[in-house]
Design a protein around this ligand. Structure first.
Ligand SMILES: *[C@@H]1O[C@H](CO)[C@@H](O)[C@H](O)[C@H]1NC(C)=O
Ligand SMILES: *[C@@H]1O[C@H](CO)[C@@H](O)[C@H](O)[C@H]1NC(C)=O
Ligand SMILES: *[C@@H]1O[C@H](CO)[C@@H](O)[C@H](O)[C@H]1NC(C)=O
Ligand SMILES: *[C@@H]1O[C@H](CO)[C@@H](O)[C@H](O)[C@H]1NC(C)=O
Ligand SMILES: *[C@@H]1O[C@H](CO)[C@@H](O)[C@H](O)[C@H]1NC(C)=O
Ligand SMILES: *[C@@H]1O[C@H](CO)[C@@H](O)[C@H](O)[C@H]1NC(C)=O
Ligand SMILES: *[C@@H]1O[C@H](CO)[C@@H](O)[C@H](O)[C@H]1NC(C)=O
Ligand SMILES: *[C@@H]1O[C@H](CO)[C@@H](O)[C@H](O)[C@H]1NC(C)=O
Length: 378
């Protein structure tokens, strides 16, 4: 009697883990089929489509200049450390990919990110995995965590970042500054003409225009730390109102996160990829570092997936190596350009164990990135 009910319970648990009844059970990253199993969209995997289908990384792609040194460096071992960035395909020159990233001045490492961080632009003519080559400093110290989005309503790029003008000290040392989000605009990513400070006085911005093919609205969403979503009816210059409150997602310590990255998918549903901080209370930086949250409507209700994580601190390399990173944060995705919003690459700021330096990793996702690169003529 007891044994058979245990077997029955076990069977139910197995069925429960795999069966779905709605698209929410498939993390809004796939379809729940008539067999009650999820059919995941390309790039997503796992029984609930909550995991990124991450592929091995080729070494020395992305943006890794940690072995560089310069006469103006205050110390050795930091290189040109960087901490995350965003890949953007040039709108006219189809062989060109831009990379807008946070990079630390004077060879300082991650621990001195504030105030040594600048916003820089790098370029690749070898595809979206790079390696990206440094081209220019866009915003001097202290500027950090840029996020770039094309605004169809304004026909220009918007860059949101944190920071303010700040003289750096003459040693690599952390300083407390106000973070506050500013926005600047550009037609081509090279010249940034306008800067509106203090759009909202919080940290870690991620923006998405509400413009669609059918509705040419100027309305903007600007999300930030804790996945709060600010809304502006009039466009990127604001004023913004906090519209989605933190409690909607962050209702439990296991859902503590930072560094949100917001997007709307091909079905019009909404997603966040975040730096998941479940191991911080244990005194660790990982390995549980990447989570996904989703909602049909940006106003919510939002579901934060704290069981099946989107990514972790382990990365496989094409040479057969495997690295567990000390820190892996600042997630951003690069999507296909065919309207399907297939994630092709995951970008993260990473730091190895025992290093002061940091760099930016670009990891391919699923299968679609290969055809994408073939079409570029790589
Ligand atoms: C990044 O550069 C460091 C040397 O500064 C090297 O040890 C490491 O393997 C590189 N990582 C990747 C992923 O290219
Ligand atoms: C850094 O490593 C890359 C890749 O191995 C190499 O091409 C480059 O010359 C190295 N730079 C320095 C300064 O050692
Ligand atoms: C490092 O950054 C400086 C600007 O701070 C730039 O001049 C230099 O070319 C960069 N080097 C590499 C290898 O990215
Ligand atoms: C932070 O902002 C407040 C209000 O704008 C200002 O009074 C204060 O001086 C700022 N702190 C720093 C370190 O700039
Ligand atoms: C921004 O927020 C910080 C920290 O909460 C505060 O010290 C500062 O005064 C605020 N600045 C403005 C202009 O409100
Ligand atoms: C922000 O909210 C306030 C109070 O609800 C309202 O009066 C104001 O019109 C709103 N502003 C925007 C830009 O939505
Ligand atoms: C996920 O969150 C729920 C609360 O909603 C909590 O009970 C559960 O322990 C969390 N799971 C993990 C793995 O932290
Ligand atoms: C990290 O430290 C190891 C051992 O000192 C070194 O071989 C490696 O190049 C360092 N990696 C980076 C990214 O600086």
């Amino acid at each position: 009697m007891r044994a058979s009910s245990l077997i029955l319970l076990g069977g139910l648990a197995l069925a429960a883990a795999k069966s779905c009844t709605s698209m929410e059970d498939c993390s809004l990253n796939g379809i729940c089929t008539c067999h009650h199993t999820c059919r995941c969209d390309p790039g997503w995997t796992g029984s609930n489509c909550g995991k990124l289908d991450l592929q091995p990384v080729e070494r020395w792609t992305g943006y890794n200049n940690t072995n560089f040194t310069n006469p103006d460096f205050y110390r050795e071992g930091g290189g040109n450390s960087s901490w995350g960035g965003q890949i953007i395909h040039d709108r006219e020159d189809k062989g060109l990919f831009h990379f807008i990233a946070s990079q630390f001045k004077h060879g300082c490492g991650l621990s001195a990110w504030r105030p040594f961080s600048q916003v820089i632009r790098a370029e690749s003519r070898t595809g979206p995995r790079g390696p990206f080559i440094w081209k220019q400093t866009l915003f001097d110290t202290f500027r950090h965590n840029p996020t770039v989005v094309w605004s169809p309503a304004d026909e220009k790029y918007l860059i949101h970042f944190i920071g303010q003008d700040w003289e750096t000290p003459d040693v690599c040392r952390s300083t407390k500054t106000n973070n506050t989000i500013s926005v600047s605009t550009s037609p081509d990513l090279k010249e940034w003409t306008e800067q509106i400070p203090l759009v909202v006085n919080v940290t870690n911005p991620t923006a998405w225009p509400l413009w669609t093919e059918d509705d040419h609205t100027p309305e903007m969403l600007l999300a930030s730390e804790k996945n709060n979503i600010y809304y502006s009816p009039t466009g990127y210059a604001g004023p913004y109102n906090l519209t989605v409150e933190p409690g909607n997602i962050e209702i439990h310590p296991s859902m503590r996160s930072e560094d949100p990255f917001l997007w709307r998918d091909k079905r019009g549903h909404w997603h966040f990829l975040v730096h998941h901080m479940a191991d911080i209370p244990l005194g660790l930086k990982g390995p549980r570092v990447g989570a996904h949250a989703f909602a049909r409507d940006w106003r919510g209700p939002w579901t934060y997936e704290n069981e099946t994580l989107a990514f972790d601190a382990f990365v496989d390399f094409t040479d057969g190596g495997r690295t567990e990173y000390y820190r892996r944060e600042r997630p951003k995705l690069y999507f296909s350009e065919d309207g399907e919003m297939t994630p092709l690459y995951l970008v993260n700021g990473v730091q190895e164990f025992g290093n002061i330096s940091a760099y930016t990793l670009v990891q391919p996702i699923g299968e679609a990135w290969k055809a994408y690169e073939d079409a570029l003529g790589r």
